[in-house]
Ligand binder design. Structure first.
Ligand code: NDP
Length: 344
């Protein structure tokens, strides 16, 4: 595999998805990879998608895609309930896996996916794009350098309006893993873990329904989680909030950081540090988040470093999303499962 990887990494796309079309196909191409084949259950959709995105082959069969010897790695971006079976099949076929979040609908399923790749010496990464943002990396750097002194709180603002072209299974299909927590809480949990270098212990939450979602799914949530260090992390996530803007704040004894418009797929936003009554901008060199993720994935395939978010990071973020859902459902404080901690 080593020589092949040096030439070009062959990719199979499991899912004719919006996210692949908007971001990941380009990122694969920009970092030495080549999307070779795309799979959809629908033959016409697969063929149309392949043509529109310059991909040579289309298939409705996962086994055909996985039997392709030119495919070194797969990108799984189907609806959430399909990730598990597809990842296990990919591992069985000896393919490296970049998987979308949430990894699965249960922790045992997510852990099985990560173990299947680990046991075969294959790379498994979770596409938590936010920890690839230059802004988020800068916040982490400042926090970890102690610029804020002892940190006691973080606030995450990730309440947006779900674009119309995405208003389908996320809002109406519990069986596909729809709902706000599987979509956004996983990302915010990962971002908090990354910036604070800390683990969530427990969470309280309230969900809401404001007209977009159906079938018992929620389109908004607010929660507070307590980290192992005692730091409190508050998050507001929504699909129905058109005008709030996004951001995150970290507050410590010696200062506060304000990262504005950073909870997004785009390489935008700004970071500000407030200390001693003054606020100043912190320079950030923006970079495409998905290009950075794919670049690190390709490097990991060559034995250089690890993906920005590995499989255990995906297990940990899922543990938080499940705890958020359970806390909102029960009205109680819920412990975040320690799943993945011993392995990560
Ligand atoms: P899409 O809705 O664009 O579709 C992906 C696949 O899901 C399609 O190929 C289709 O499979 C199936 N699908 C589409 N619509 C429906 C439906 N109404 N009911 C059932 N199945 C459907 O996916 P997204 O790009 O929005 O999301 C794909 C994955 O990526 C999800 O896991 C999501 O959480 C994740 N994601 C991650 C982001 C990130 O930045 N990390 C951003 C956006 C999404 P088929 O063709 O086989 O029928």
């Amino acid at each position: 595999m080593g020589a092949k990887v040096e030439e070009s990494v062959g990719w199979g796309l499991v899912g004719a998805s919006t996210i692949a079309r908007e971001w990941v196909i380009d990122a694969i191409r920009q970092t030495g990879g080549k999307p070779l084949v795309v799979m959809s259950r629908d033959a016409d959709r697969a063929a149309t998608y392949a043509r529109a995105n310059g991909i040579a082959r289309a298939t409705t069969s996962l086994s055909t895609l996985l039997a392709d010897e030119a495919v070194d790695a797969v990108y799984i971006s189907t609806t959430n309930e399909r990730h598990h079976d597809e990842a296990l099949a990919a591992a069985e076929a000896g393919k490296h896996v970049l998987c979308e979040k949430p990894l699965a609908l249960t922790l045992s399923a997510a852990e099985a996916m990560v173990r299947a790749c680990r046991d075969r010496g294959l790379i498994f990464a979770t596409n938590h794009h936010l920890r690839n943002a230059a802004t988020i990396c800068k916040v982490r750097e400042l926090v970890q350098a102690g610029v804020l002194g002892a940190v006691h709180a973080m606030r995450i603002f990730h309440a947006v309006y779900l674009p119309e072209h995405l208003q389908s299974w996320r809002l109406h299909r519990p069986d596909c893993g729809g709902g706000i927590a599987f979509d956004i809480s996983v990302h915010d949990a990962d971002t908090a873990r990354f910036i604070l270098d800390d683990e969530p212990i427990d969470v309280v939450a309230q969900t809401g329904k404001f007209g977009l979602s159906s079938h018992g799914l929620n389109d908004a949530v607010m929660y507070v989680m307590r980290m192992r260090s005692g730091v409190l992390v508050q998050a507001h996530e929504s699909f129905v909030t058109r005008h709030a803007g996004t951001g995150l704040e970290v507050h410590g004894a010696d200062g506060s950081i304000f990262a504005r418009e950073v909870m997004t797929q785009r390489p935008v936003g700004s970071v500000w540090l407030r200390r001693d009554q003054t606020e100043r901008p912190i320079p950030v060199e923006h970079e495409n988040l998905y290009v950075r993720a794919l670049s690190r994935f390709h490097a990991a395939m060559r034995g250089l470093g690890s993906p920005t978010a590995d499989g255990w990071d995906g297990v940990r973020s899922l543990a938080v999303a499940l705890a958020v859902q359970e806390a909102a459902r029960s009205g109680r404080r819920v412990r975040v499962s320690p799943a993945g901690l011993a392995s990560s």
